[in-house]
Design a protein around this ligand. Structure first.
Ligand code: AQP
Length: 337
């Protein structure tokens, strides 16, 4: 058997900005479950990243706990992986400050997400929206991460992390930081908004009817799929350019059942959009119901969840502290034994 130390380190996280969506589940969590045994895996709820937008404190706490509970309910094994909440490991902000001193204004201003998010923030743009890629770099570098599973929209941040790590390796020695790589999953499900299928399904969508939340009731899920935008044709075929709505429903089914798109389409020979919508809803309900139920039990009961979070924080802190000591020694801080 391969031990944790022989395996490559993989790290990923989701912001608990709202309730998790079917997009987070199919695009991230389901893939984490699939790969957790192949890597030394670190999975977290990145509550400090959520802070770049205003959060209701009660909701943020609730969403953070529910996120972790969903990871476990979906199949993340806290005994095998390091499962934790970002703010439980103070070394993330500690390393982020150091990286703030090595990242350049110019490279941060080129981040597409900064341009998009600052445009939404109006005139008072929090500094965190500008500097959060450095917190993300700290998240990654703290655990000597080799691979970071990310959506296409986050690859620029992994590139930035690599640039800063290489810069510091040049200054302080080649083994100061492990240079990470973006890991684009082989089965990369990209779930689109049900009402506006040209945009990705998002936790913070303006109209919640376009997003399926893991915590939605079966009745809500069915209602949302029934209202899903399709097109004026009647044939069920895959074309994300001209038929984004229908293609999204086919992709969702394929991501859950592991059938190819062609196999899903074959089941709809001679059937109508109504069948496709209803059956997609049923497949999603069947997949999410047990996760929802187990996650809610974990949150309601809390003792087990607290135990898992405490162990996760301790394991993460132990690794993070080793990295902090190494970096502090290299850059010239006084390190106490
Ligand atoms: N619609 C999606 N399809 C596939 N994957 C998705 N992910 C998010 N939405 C989809 C994946 O979930 C992980 C973490 O996402 P995040 O919440 O940290 O950030 P995000 O990508 O900005 O997600 P949201 O839902 O759009 O967040 P908000 O609304 O808070 O800005 C990533 O792996 C991402 O690819």
């Amino acid at each position: 058997m391969t031990s944790r130390v022989d395996k490559k380190v993989i790290l990923s996280g989701i912001q608990p900005t709202n309730k998790l969506t079917l997009g987070n589940y199919l695009g991230a969590i389901k893939n984490w479950v699939r790969i957790q045994n192949d890597y030394d895996a670190y999975f977290m709820a990145v509550d400090q990243h959520a802070m770049t937008a205003r959060q209701d404190p009660i909701e943020l706490r609730k969403n953070t706990l529910f996120s972790i509970a969903c990871y476990i309910a979906a199949g993340i094994d806290p005994e095998r992986c390091v499962l934790f909440v970002q703010s439980h490991v103070h070394q993330h902000s500690q390393l982020a400050w150091t990286l703030n001193c090595f990242g350049y204004m110019g490279e941060l201003s080129r981040m597409i997400q900064y341009k998009e998010k600052s445009a939404k923030s109006g005139t008072n743009i929090p500094v965190g929206i500008f500097t959060y890629p450095l917190l993300m770099a700290a998240d990654i570098l703290l655990y000597d991460t080799h691979l970071v599973p990310v959506g296409e929209d986050q690859t620029q941040h992994v590139e930035l992390t690599r640039d800063i790590a290489e810069r510091m390796n040049g200054l302080y020695g080649p083994d100061t930081f492990v240079i990470p790589k973006a890991h684009i999953p082989k089965v990369a499900a990209r779930v689109m908004d049900l009402l506006t299928p040209t945009s990705k399904m998002s936790k913070s969508a303006v109209n919640e009817n376009g997003s399926i939340f893991i915590s939605d009731t079966p009745a809500d899920i069915e209602k949302k799929f029934k209202r899903a935008t399709t097109d004026s044709e009647t044939t069920i075929r895959f074309d994300s350019e001209t038929k984004p709505g229908v293609s999204n429903l086919l992709s969702i089914q394929s991501a859950i059942t592991s059938e190819s798109i062609a196999e899903v389409i074959a089941r709809y020979d001679g059937k109508q959009y109504g069948h496709l919508k209803l059956e997609t809803a049923q497949i999603v309900i069947k997949e999410l119901s047990p996760i929802q139920k187990r996650a809610q039990e974990l949150v309601d009961e809390r003792t087990e969840l607290n135990r898992i979070l405490r162990i996760g924080a301790e394991k993460a802190q132990a690794h993070a502290e080793r990295t902090i000591k190494r970096i502090h020694e290299r850059i010239g801080y006084v390190v106490l034994d």
